[in-house]
Ligand binder design. Structure first.
Ligand code: GLV
Ligand code: MN
Ligand code: MN
Ligand code: MN
Length: 405
């Protein structure tokens, strides 16, 4: 199993890698993403799995005919811009290595197994995270998905069509979902909980509710040298105030809020901008707190916009309610993978996952692998090979248990 994992990891590693930063750029439907998806299809087929995409662009690799009670594992291959090597790929490579190990152990499944690769998990190109799993479960309408655009103005429908899919066939797949008896996603931890307690593998308990809001500050473009300060309608000023307000409002509520993306128009050093578009990512332990954070940031943005004579429009781009993973599955997995050290630790996370979307429809669980620095969504994301192997071992044990019950 470890040799298979290492070999597959080495094959995937160069795809979409930025040699200068060491990070990854695998935006959905880009050449790098397409290459990674083709790599998956070949690697799965080489292990005797039947690979087929669903109507939404997710890839499924089946061991046995798709059917009732299927055990499904997998993750995603797309990345955030300049993301890490592990967020997504660990759960895909780990799934293939686990399947090979199940074969090697001679496990005779009593139900079908599938490895899935979800498309656009990060929302790194089209803005809505977990788009493939949201389409599958019906958490987003095909019309809304089709109309999402990237920063160049290419729509999801067009990008999908250019990759050979029929966007008009997008939509929920109740039959496919109805086959799933359990979904388990292996993922690198995106914090330091496991490192802190010195354990290599943990099991997820909850995901914080979270979402993304787009704010558009519209002012009046003008000359940077000749316009008196009192005469300006500069959208950069309420934008800047909002960034610092996001920090202080989140801090006051025990939450987190981030403005990681902003675009100024026309983005010119010697002109007052006409518009600043910015994205707020907010996450909190519960939904009431998240609401309070978003309302608090919005109130500050509005107050400052009025003060500077700037028009503000805000839009919710996506939101995910609190996720509580299946408690029976969680406890069962914690016990069987914990080994001699007692049950594996159970963790909450602030990171979103396709497993969080699937949890609303099917019994779902997640396994986390220790991340010594906690760094994620950045080139520095890292896990020790021995811990990755421990994660794959835990996934194999879990799948064997679920497949033979
Ligand atoms: C996705 O990885 C997210 O948590 O934003
Ligand atoms: Mn991920
Ligand atoms: Mn991610
Ligand atoms: Mn994620």
């Amino acid at each position: 199993m470890t040799a298979t994992f290492d070999a597959l990891w080495t094959e995937l590693a160069p795809i979409g890698r930025n040699r200068a930063t060491g990070g990854y750029q695998r935006l959905s439907w880009s050449p790098a993403d397409t290459e990674a998806r083709s790599w998956f299809a070949q690697a799965a087929a080489a292990r005797g799995l039947d690979v087929a995409p669903d109507r939404n662009g997710n890839l499924w690799a089946w061991w046995g005919e798709p059917g009732a009670g299927a055990v499904v594992t997998g993750s995603h291959l797309d990345s955030v811009p300049d993301g890490g090597a592990f967020d997504g790929p660990l759960g895909v490579v780990g799934a293939l290595a686990a399947v090979e190990e199940l074969h090697r152990r001679g496990v005779r499944p009593r139900r079908p197994l599938a490895v899935v690769v979800f498309v656009e998990e990060e929302g790194g190109r089209f803005g809505v995270p977990c788009l493939g799993s949201r389409l599958l479960t019906g958490a987003i309408t095909p019309d809304r998905a089709a109309a999402l655009t990237d920063t160049d103005g290419t729509s999801w429908a067009r990008a999908m069509a250019e990759s050979g899919f029929a966007p008009e066939r997008m939509g929920p797949e109740p039959d496919l979902l109805g086959h799933i008896g359990a979904f388990v996603e292996l993922h690198i931890e995106q914090g330091r909980s496991l490192a802190h307690i010195g354990r290599p593998v943990g099991v997820a308990d909850t995901v914080w509710p979270h979402g993304r809001w787009r704010m558009e500050f519209s002012g009046r473009p003008d000359h940077a040298g000749t316009t008196r300060l009192d005469d300006r309608h500069d959208p950069m000023l309420p934008f800047a105030h909002t960034v610092t307000a996001a920090r202080s409002v989140a801090e006051a509520h025990g939450a987190v809020a981030t403005v990681g993306k902003a675009v100024s128009k026309p983005n010119c050093a010697n002109a007052i901008p006409s518009k600043v578009r910015a994205w707020l990512d907010a996450r909190a332990p519960d939904e009431a707190t998240l609401r309070a954070v978003v309302d608090g940031v919005d109130a500050e943005a509005r107050r400052s916009s009025v003060e500077h004579g700037v028009f503000l429009a805000s839009f919710k781009e996506s939101s995910t309610p609190v996720v509580r993973f299946d408690s029976g599955l969680r406890d069962r997995i914690a016990t069987i993978v914990g080994g001699a050290n007692g049950p594996a630790p159970v963790l909450d996370t602030g990171a979103g996952h396709d497993a969080g979307v699937l949890a609303a429809a099917v019994p779902t669980a997640m396994l986390f692998v220790r991340n010594p620095t906690g760094i994620s969504h950045a080139p520095g994301e890292y896990a020790d090979t021995a811990d990755c192997h421990a994660g794959v071992q835990a996934l194999t044990t879990t799948l064997a248990d679920l497949l033979t019950e």
